[in-house]
Design a protein around this ligand. Sequence first.
Ligand code: SF4
Length: 342
Amino acid sequence: MTETPTAAATDRALLEVRDLRRSFQVRRAGGLFGRPATLHAVDGVSFDLRPGRTLGLVGESGCGKTTTARLVLGVLSPTGGRVEFEGQPVPAPGTAAWRALRRRMQMVFQDPLGALDRRISVGHQVMEPLAIHGIAAGAARRSRALELLDAVGLGASFFQRYPHELSGGQRQRIVLARALILEPSLLVCDEPISALDVSIQAQVINLLLDLQARFDLAYLFISHDLKVVRQISHEVAVMYLGRIVEQGDPDRLLVDPAHPYTQALVSAIPVAAAARRRPRLILKGDPPNPVDRPGGCAFHPRCPAATARCAIDTPRLKPLPDGRLVACHVAHGEAEGPRLAA
Ligand code: SF4
């Protein structure tokens, strides 16, 4: 694998996502006899990701993070918008062009044991992608696998071992070695550490940071854990019901969140009472069913700052003076009408 010790990020986007949309036809409660409805899982998402950088995607489960990841990888086709990788549109899933492109975009899942085959030795699983893509052979494959095991902090002694003999952290290192053997430039990491013990989580985050610097990798890092996302991301996008509601520098976003939903997520991070900068903000209710997304700002039924305008006028994602993007009338000083009771 070609190392890039300086890991300098270039200005050109590796990944360009514009107005990405994906809806599904579903039935409301009642199963086969329920009324048909449209679920907008991803609704107008745009972002850029440059080489060697990390974009953290956060939000409650069901907000569209994983669907966005699947659209980026081309596993799902969008119903609108576009995804470009290295300046080219992502080809239709299943085509030869898509399979070739997938070498450059790899996925790391939450459950490393589920991603590995318990009956096959670690070494053979790490080499497997080379066999699938017809790259190298025999001793050359083995040598590449050993190189990758070393890169993820596991020695040659792991080559003959089996997944069930390893800890959760070691398994996730194997998954990373297998993903990296094809020399990707993008890793899509979907909750890659949430199944691990807290002590192991820090080790895997440090490993991801080392690998990024060494191989100039870009990460699309999906998590519900804002603290973890802050550690690893150069930029963070907060999603709510299929849309990005706030996007920008992780430190600014976590220290001084502008969108009331981000404020609630930050407020839920456990900290000592003395260190808390704002009173704890507890949201009322669960996120609405995406099939019945509220009109206006979709967050307004739960938002403590909502005004009459919020119930009828959807806020656009646009920049604040400090450069971050926020979709909120109040954050932009454009609230109108009486305050609604959340
Ligand atoms: Fe709350 Fe209104 Fe801002 Fe939406 S637009 S987040 S409802 S204040």
